[in-house]
Design a binder for this molecule. Sequence first.
Ligand SMILES: Cc1cc2nc3c(=O)[nH]c(=O)nc-3n(C[C@H](O)[C@H](O)[C@H](O)COP(=O)(O)OP(=O)(O)OC[C@H]3O[C@@H](n4cnc5c(N)ncnc54)[C@H](O)[C@@H]3O)c2cc1C
Length: 387
Amino acid sequence: MVSTMDYELPEDVVMLRDMARKFAADKIGPNAREWDRTGEIPGEIIKELGELGFLGMRVPPEYGGAGLGYLAVSAIIEELACHCGGTALMVAAQNGLGGGHLMVGGNEAQKKKYLPLLAKGELFGSWCLSEPSSGSDAAALKTTAVLDGDTWVLNGSKVFVTNGARAGIFLIHARTDPEAPKAKGISTFIVERDAPGLEISPKEDKMGMRASDTVQLTLDDVRVPQENLVGELNRGFYDVMTVLEGGRITIGALSVGLGRGAFEQATQYATEREQFGKPLAKHQAIQFKLADMAVQVDAARLLVRKAAMLQDAGRSSNLESAMAKLYASEMATRVCLEAIQIHGGYGYLKDMPVERLMRDAKLCEIGEGSSEIQRMVIARRLLDLPR
Ligand SMILES: Cc1cc2nc3c(=O)[nH]c(=O)nc-3n(C[C@H](O)[C@H](O)[C@H](O)COP(=O)(O)OP(=O)(O)OC[C@H]3O[C@@H](n4cnc5c(N)ncnc54)[C@H](O)[C@@H]3O)c2cc1C
């Protein structure tokens, strides 16, 4: 298939992408159905992902990471997602959210303490913004942190915590100034897994992205030392916005991978399956479906790469990240559904990867800001409306 994945990438990125492609084809693809069923990614795979540098892709080498830019990160995540959305989500969240927030707001001591462990995959970091009563309206969060002597005391609950079942640290966003306007009184704290008062729920039973675990947290008088404050007091939400600019590129890349995976499965199936005396791929209606799918996958990849290149140039990609995430995630669902259609009844069976890819894809329209929220971000920028 000729596509934007095959040209205009720097040589070092092509090398990393090919390494990710081989790992995904050899180690992830053959097991993805089982991980979807059990909701578990084996420890040895996590270890290998760490050794390949995929769990600390953007962490600078001085903290033990690969020091990659978003162009490389998006190429790698696309390859992983092509075979298993859940594995790609675990990797994307570790890089973009847990590690990502420490890189944006962490001080030197915090970076030295946690980033090398995160990069190797010896530690997972979960990022806890969503709460039972605040999802899209994230700045309305109710978890509180109150200074008592020299410790912060945290109370509240968090939902939809990716990687929470294996995380050693949780980045908890909490209200530190109840009098300030919503986004202006929020700060971020590192809470270690064994902190007294922290309760972690069993894994959620999800529709898709099942290999990636999701939990709820309850914080009941959880005490953390002052040194666990990440970034400036009451300015945590600004760091959240920066983290999401990058995170949305990784979810865009993940969506491209899911769409491409479904497209490739459908293409192969259409050349093998015969109806009315010839392969499906010889029927023009099927050819047109495949053509439309390929165009959409490529268009999404170009949007993702545009946002990635802006980030890599040190520029803001608020608008471009939202565009990439919106288009790529909706594309992934459309393309996966079309791939199922091309598979006919067999596409409806769990034997075929397209069924799982479609369930995985739907999450991308919801997590890290739903499609509706991306449209709001885009419209605000286009119309120059206040944020
Ligand atoms: C598998 C999974 C993993 C996740 N991982 C994490 C994580 O690691 N950390 C984390 O903090 N969160 C995580 N999330 C949470 C995710 O970010 C939220 O689910 C998402 O932001 C939407 O919030 P909500 O589910 O509360 O929906 P709501 O905000 O209640 O929205 C419901 C619907 O209304 C729409 N809507 C809301 N407001 C408006 C509006 N103003 N105009 C038009 N439509 C609107 C939404 O788009 C949506 O369609 C995860 C979620 C899932 C499902």
